[in-house]
Design a protein around this ligand. Structure first.
Ligand code: ADE
Ligand code: ZN
Ligand code: ZN
Length: 254
């Protein structure tokens, strides 16, 4: 068997998840911050645990589908019966873990896992390809050329594009500045299902809608125009995820 470095991707890379967790942490109430610290235990922060769910996915295969929901790209709306029939998609798990994190019957370890999953999945659902499918495993099956490297559409949206925008600390400073309380409040309106439909719309309009066509017999090549559009969308999605995670934790951990 040949093992190569391209295992299927399961969400924003660590840089995206760290940014979302850091943005959320900056918008927590003192009560929610204290409760989160107590649940996670000494030495842990929202950022330090934000990619834990990806690190354990290979040992816990049943959790793999929890990272996404495959809303067909040619559908306008989410349908939980069609898109999440077994209740093991990212939207169902966000609802499950939102409850588990404050379940008085849960053990301390269960509450900690619930919070670690919740922080991660709120990030994942804002990656447009984690709420969309074009019979291509959320873009994992679309091979392309990404600035001279062979990659795939899903991986480019998980981490390739964000990695080219800038370094995490610089992005955190920039995103924090733009994520005002007014914006955070506006974005926090709506349900988790509506946020998934927004992610899905972005996949329709930009991720697939603006993707350069492959030349006859050739492969798609990501160009600078696509990258510019993508950068704006990614910044928006990460800020939305951070704001919404903060509001959700503020309402839950009290
Ligand atoms: N596997 C199948 N669909 C997927 C998706 N939308 N995102 C990540 N992995 C997937
Ligand atoms: Zn993930
Ligand atoms: Zn992914």
């Amino acid at each position: 068997m040949v093992l190569c470095g391209t295992l299927p991707a399961f969400g924003w890379g660590p840089q995206g998840h760290n940014l979302i967790a850091r943005l959320a942490a900056a918008h927590l109430t003192p009560e929610a911050a204290a409760r989160a610290a107590e649940i996670l235990g000494p030495g842990n922060t929202l950022a330090s645990i934000s990619s834990w769910a990806d690190r354990i996915r290979r040992d816990r295969a049943a959790t793999a589908p929890w990272h996404y929901i495959d809303i067909p790209i040619d559908q306008q709306h989410l349908d939980m019966v069609r898109d999440c029939p077994k209740g093991d998609c990212v939207l169902a798990k966000i609802e499950d873990f939102k409850k588990a994190v404050v379940d008085p019957a849960a053990t301390a370890e269960q509450r900690k896992e619930a919070l670690m999953f919740l922080v991660h999945f709120m990030g994942d659902m804002h990656q447009p390809l984690h709420c969309s499918d074009n019979r291509d495993k959320g873009g994992n099956g679309v091979k392309l050329d990404f600035f001279g490297r062979s990659s795939n559409l899903h991986s480019v949206w998980d981490s390739g594009l964000l990695g080219r925008i800038g370094q995490e600390d610089a992005l955190f400073t920039q995103f924090s500045k733009d994520l005002t309380e007014r914006l955070a409040k506006k974005w926090s309106k709506g349900t988790v299902g509506e946020w998934a439909e927004q992610s899905h719309k972005v996949a329709q309009k930009v991720v697939y809608g603006k993707l350069p066509k492959a030349p006859a017999g050739g492969q798609v090549t990501v160009d600078a125009a696509y990258e510019r559009l993508a950068d704006r969308v990614i910044k928006d999605q990460i800020e939305k995820a951070g704001a919404r995670l903060a509001i959700m934790l503020n309402a839950t951990l009290r």
